[in-house]
Design a protein around this ligand. Structure first.
Ligand code: GRF
Length: 194
């Protein structure tokens, strides 16, 4: 059984998908042992508590230069094997990336290399897809390195763009049809292979 840490900042629907996959038997080779938020008011923390998972708040604002070290220490103390960024809105650097190279993954709401990199987060990603006029978008699970959204791709799933879509309706469809499906699958695959 691999020890999984999930890093969150917001609503935590991707965290919920992981919790459901763990309870439903889709994730069998790993266990979420800690959920870390960089925001104290993230609703994702409530989801973790409800599932009986330990929570912690580690923020760049409080930690400053020590942020990466504080996260690394938290992971080491729990023998974490895999770190999953699930809507984590702070860019990681330094010690954590070195110590956990090849063991940190992220879910991005587009088909990388489209609509990714600096500034492409949240609704901006879907606004960009709609304004470009693509007919297919999707989600990507990838490894995290020092290049934003630049690590090796692990899994992708395509989602149709429909006439009349708004950034909000497209975001929802990408979550339902892609993110919530491939993130648990990728986590299980990596845990099974480790
Ligand atoms: C998702 O769209 C994810 O792809 C992106 O941030 C959003 C997080 O949503 N990185 P949630 O907190 O999992 O609901």
């Amino acid at each position: 059984m691999k020890n999984i840490a999930v890093l969150v900042s917001g609503g935590g629907t991707n965290l919920q998908a992981l919790i459901d996959a763990q309870n439903g038997g889709t994730i069998t080779h790993g266990k979420i042992v800690t959920v870390v938020s960089n925001k104290a008011d993230a609703y994702a923390l409530e989801r973790a508590k409800r599932a009986g998972i330990e929570t912690a708040v580690i923020s760049r604002r409080a930690e400053g230069e020590n942020f990466s070290h504080a996260l690394t220490e938290h992971m080491k103390a729990r023998s974490i094997d895999l770190i999953v960024l699930a809507g984590f809105m702070s860019i990681l650097n330094g010690e954590l990336l070195r110590e956990y190279e090849g063991r940190i993954i992220n879910i991005h709401p587009s088909l990388i290399p489209s609509f990714c990199g600096d500034g492409f987060y949240g609704l901006h990603v879907h606004e960009a897809a709609l304004s470009y006029g693509v007919k297919v978008t999707g989600a990507t699970v990838h490894f995290v390195n020092e290049v934003v959204d630049g690590g090796k791709i692990i899994m992708q799933k395509a989602v149709e763009v429909r006439d009349g879509d708004t950034p909000e309706t497209l975001q929802r469809r990408v979550m339902e049809e892609a993110e919530w499906i491939i993130l648990p699958r990728a986590v299980e695959k990596l845990c099974a292979e480790m």
